[in-house]
Design a protein around this ligand. Structure first.
Ligand SMILES: *Cc1c(COP(=O)(O)O)cnc(C)c1O
Length: 367
């Protein structure tokens, strides 16, 4: 068996190669690179896909979060609640806006524990960023109730969760502004960096169009200080093409995940399935006390696996001055020590998935 990587981007490219090459060719011939009609078309289709009025293409998922915080006026002196077991961008976006990240521990489902949020709210709290980690929607109803009670903004970090649903509603529709990443490792990705913000608010939509493009109102007039954080035309055209396929790809993610769940649940902890939650399994994470040994064993069987992430954010060196310590978030810490992501992408074959299952079984049965 050839090596099974955690993701295989080349296979995804080969599926759409001719169409992607012609996008590159046509836009290059036109010299259409920045804020082209392709960007507007993708934004329209992406908003429609999620079920919001507007979408704004930006440079990447981290900046989608940063620009959302800026648009909401979150800055110095403010606090923003999020989780410690996420990609670092969720937190740097808060720091870059000048605010302070306040972490809340998660549940065994990897997502923010709604029961712990109120304790973290202070007079400085302005927003909550729930992360739909691994492509599994956070428990949104109680989070929305708390946000309403304390008059806080919700910004979804849906970077991993395009197409996922909570009670039949797609991610990207719950917060006032919601953020997606089109990074190559996400289920819907471009050939480089990209991000999207979704919203129903015309006011924030118009503000974000300026914020992402130097603050410019039009070619010559600048109302506000802005940033340069645009989604390229070529990337937007590629994203628009892939958007047509994302449901089919996500179905395959779910199909393989369900096979993993059935076969591996006697041996390791697997994601629980709940009827009101539709995960798109951006990552398939198993949990075992013998994580490091299993990872080593799989590597010898030419199966790539990784921990996402082995160090929770509150224990990162850059977060030292936030004042947390080991023990601050016991569930997130335990997850960091026991999680392992195994290969899952829509091009993974049944034979490959079976081989992954067989090797994990071998590990537990033979030692
Ligand atoms: C990938 C990711 C981001 C950042 O997206 P980029 O496009 O890489 O900037 C933010 N949050 C989460 C949870 C992510 O997985």
């Amino acid at each position: 068996m050839n090596k099974i990587p955690l993701v295989n981007l080349g296979l995804n490219y080969m599926r759409l190669r001719d169409e992607i090459l012609s996008i590159f060719d046509e836009l290059s011939k036109k010299g259409a690179y920045v804020l082209t009609e392709e960007v507007r078309r993708f934004e329209k289709n992406f908003a429609e896909y999620c079920g919001t009025k507007y979408a704004i293409g930006v440079a990447n998922g981290g900046e989608a979060l940063f620009l959302s915080l800026k648009a909401l006026g979150v800055g110095p002196g403010d606090e923003v609640i999020t989780v410690p077991n996420t990609f670092i961008a969720t937190a740097w976006a808060i720091i870059a806006a000048g605010a302070r990240p306040v972490f809340v521990d998660v549940r065994e489902d990897f997502n923010i524990n709604p029961l712990l949020i109120e304790k973290a709210i202070t007079s400085k709290t302005k927003a909550i960023i729930p992360v739909h980690f691994t492509g599994r929607p956070a428990e949104m109803d109680p989070i929305l109730d708390i946000a309403k009670k304390y008059n806080l903004h919700i910004i979804e970090d849906a970077a991993q969760a395009i197409g996922a649903e909570y009670k039949g509603k797609r991610t990207g529709t719950f917060g006032v502004l919601n953020c997606f990443s089109l990074h190559p490792l996400k289920n819907l990705h471009v050939h480089g960096d990209g991000g999207v913000i979704t919203t129903d608010s015309q006011e924030y939509y118009e503000l974000l169009l300026k914020l992402r493009n130097n603050g410019l109102k039009n070619r010559d007039e600048c109302e506000i200080w802005g940033f340069n954080s645009r989604l390229d035309g070529i990337q937007a055209a590629i994203a628009d093409l892939k958007l047509k396929h994302i449901d089919q790809w996500n179905r395959r993610y779910i199909e393989i995940a369900e096979k993993y769940i059935v076969e591996l649940s006697p041996l390791v902890s697997v994601p629980t399935q709940e009827s009101h939650i539709k995960s798109v399994y951006h990552r398939f994470m198993i949990r075992t006390e013998r994580r490091n040994a299993l990872q080593q064993f799989l590597q010898e069987a030419h199966i790539e696996s990784k921990a996402h992430y082995p160090i929770p954010l509150h224990l990162q060196e850059c977060a030292k001055n936030l004042g947390y310590k080991r023990g601050s978030f016991p569930v997130a810490e335990r997850l960091s020590d026991t999680i392992l992501s195994i290969p899952l992408y829509s091009e993974l074959t049944d034979d490959q998935a079976n081989y992954v299952i067989e090797q994990i079984k071998n590990f537990f049965n033979n030692q």
